[in-house]
Design a protein around this ligand. Structure first.
Ligand SMILES: [Mg+2]
Length: 261
């Protein structure tokens, strides 16, 4: 039986892709308004056309960024500058930075939970699992996402582990080992995440069990074997409910086992 059940944050508890795409589109429309207000004479490029090309260049340079051939800042600059040049729109590296800063800030407005998140967390809390989050990223941004999701109603602040604060980054197994601590055997800890190498491989290498929440339909890149794979968070909720029924888990103080649906 698990003692600890931890989750990744982005694209595991909510769709970061959805938030990011809406924020990028809003920021482009804001840019058009700025150009118009400044009476700048630029080609008129409809939002959908612009975004399609932006997405294209995002994909083109993604592998270089993943392979660490280019930095995050250069990745963002390249996709922005190439898109702007494609449409003969004005651009500069500094504007690319400003554009992304505005967009990433705005993305937080679009953070909304995946279906089933709250019943799932309530079920886990009711059954007295230790529930938490292990996420890579900047502390102030990740914490804003957690607040936006209302995670404080289910997860205490000290069970939210953020790479910037801890000084360890997934998939380093040491990050997971630090979370399970000396009192919990690693196999009594379960991690759920959408990134194969960061989440699944990292957790398994630390001795945890892992569930691959493949929300972006990406192939596995190693032969590691997770406990299960799902595409949607609510499927994990069903899995947990079935598991609790099959094991007649008795840790439930509320006596409402099986009624969560
Ligand atoms: Mg993720």
């Amino acid at each position: 039986m698990w003692q600890k059940i931890y989750f990744d944050l982005d694209n595991t508890l909510f769709s970061y892709e959805y938030a990011f795409q809406h924020a990028i589109k809003d920021t482009y429309l804001e840019l058009l308004e700025q150009w118009e207000a400044a009476n700048l004479s630029v080609p008129i490029v409809p939002l959908d056309d612009w975004f399609e090309v932006f997405k294209y260049f995002s994909d083109v340079y993604w592998e270089d960024y993943q392979n660490k051939a280019i930095s995050q800042r250069d990745y963002r600059r390249k996709r922005y500058m190439e898109t702007m040049r494609h449409f003969q729109l004005p651009c500069s590296p500094e504007e690319a930075d400003q554009f992304h800063n505005r967009a990433y800030d705005r993305a937080l407005d679009y953070v909304q939970p995946y279906p089933g998140l709250y019943p799932l967390l309530q079920c886990l809390v009711d059954h007295q699992f230790e529930v938490g989050v292990i996420t890579n990223g900047h502390a102030h941004i990740q914490r804003r996402k957690c607040r936006k999701l209302g995670l404080e109603h289910y997860i205490p602040d000290h069970h939210i582990y953020i790479s910037e604060e801890i000084g360890l980054v997934k998939p380093d197994p040491a990050f997971f080992r630090l979370v399970h601590g000396p009192c919990c055997p690693p196999e009594a800890a379960l991690f759920i995440g959408d990134a194969w190498e960061h989440d699944v491989v990292g957790a398994l290498e630390a001795g945890w069990q892992a569930v691959y929440l493949n929300t972006q339909n990406r192939p596995r890149t190693t032969s590691h074997r997770p406990l299960a794979e799902f595409q949607h968070l609510y499927q994990f909720y069903q899995f947990i409910q079935d598991f609790l029924c099959s094991t007649s888990h008795t840790n439930n103080r509320s006596g409402k086992e099986g009624n969560e649906a």
